[in-house]
Ligand binder design. Sequence first.
Ligand code: F6P
Length: 360
Amino acid sequence: MKIGMLTGGGDAPGLNSVIYALTRICTRKFNCELIGYKFGYRGLYENNFVKLTPESTSGILHKGGTILFSSNKDNLFDYLVDDGNGNMVKKDVSDIAVENLKKEGVDILVILGGDGTLTSARDFARKGINVIGVPKTIDNDLGSTDVTFGFDSAVNVVTENIGRIHTTAESHHRVFVVEVMGRNAGWIALHAGIAGSADIILIPEIPYTLENIVKKIKERDAAGKNFSIIVVTEGAKEKGGQAVIGKVVSDSPDPIRFGGIAAKISHDLEPLINHEIRSVALGHIQRGGETSPADRVLSVRYAYEAANLIAEKKFGNMVCLKNGKMSYVSLEEVIGKSKFVDPMGKLVNAARALGISFGD
Ligand code: F6P
């Protein structure tokens, strides 16, 4: 038996942990060969891979990033290729990938990714490839699993950085707006905001008004707390307003990159309050560095479950965590099911009970 692996989409802490664990578990369990395609699906198209062995993957369990590299641009079902006349056109090149798998004798493909990457995983399963999906994203917005690896690591980084902002904000009696990732889902801001004692958490699921933000800041001023920390998800928006787009990556299947909401809020808010404001966008710092212990353990659990699915030949599925238990779900059911913060949910209510404002 030969197993291929690839990592697609934005990297997330935990990818290397899964590669490490799956390589070890499958080598010991099946005595099989493993290869890893480089740069996600592009490697599958170009037949660019490396051998994965317990030796070659030694020492990577704790490391963020992915030793296989990644790309969030390469959808082989809609891929940019030269038409032979120097023009770049989009084409379905998935058959070339299937041929490459056959050529290398790969029996099973384990695909680590978020919604976009798993959509292609489903499409390869539909073409008859034995696919197993493993869910990753720091955004934690995949609906078919309780939690994705990468999320806990990102929350740790953000929480630590809110702590750093706290001491300087307090020293200067300033208001700080801290922008975090998450796209349209407020999970990182909500968890790190609570853990880091933010005063105001702004998430895409709960549109804010400047008036309500000002109210909370003035409330704190009146209580003698002359600084405030606002944590905002990159995709958050003012009531009746639009999210702030930072960049359009035109050759990416999902071209919109959010960015700039913290700077916008700072600009809009400063004339309305009696403080200097600074904004900080934590950006890719949230995805970098070491993988948190919880994410390492979660990744090992996912890898172990993926190996079990391989043993039972249950292909076309994604491993998942359901009510705290390892399980699996058909890739057909995974796609397009995003998970957002419930504005009326218990965690939001618990935060409100602490006195945290959501700007609504
Ligand atoms: O989906 C993960 C994520 O980190 C988002 O939170 C963020 O909006 C996006 O990827 C950034 O993408 P890129 O790495 O292309 O800048």
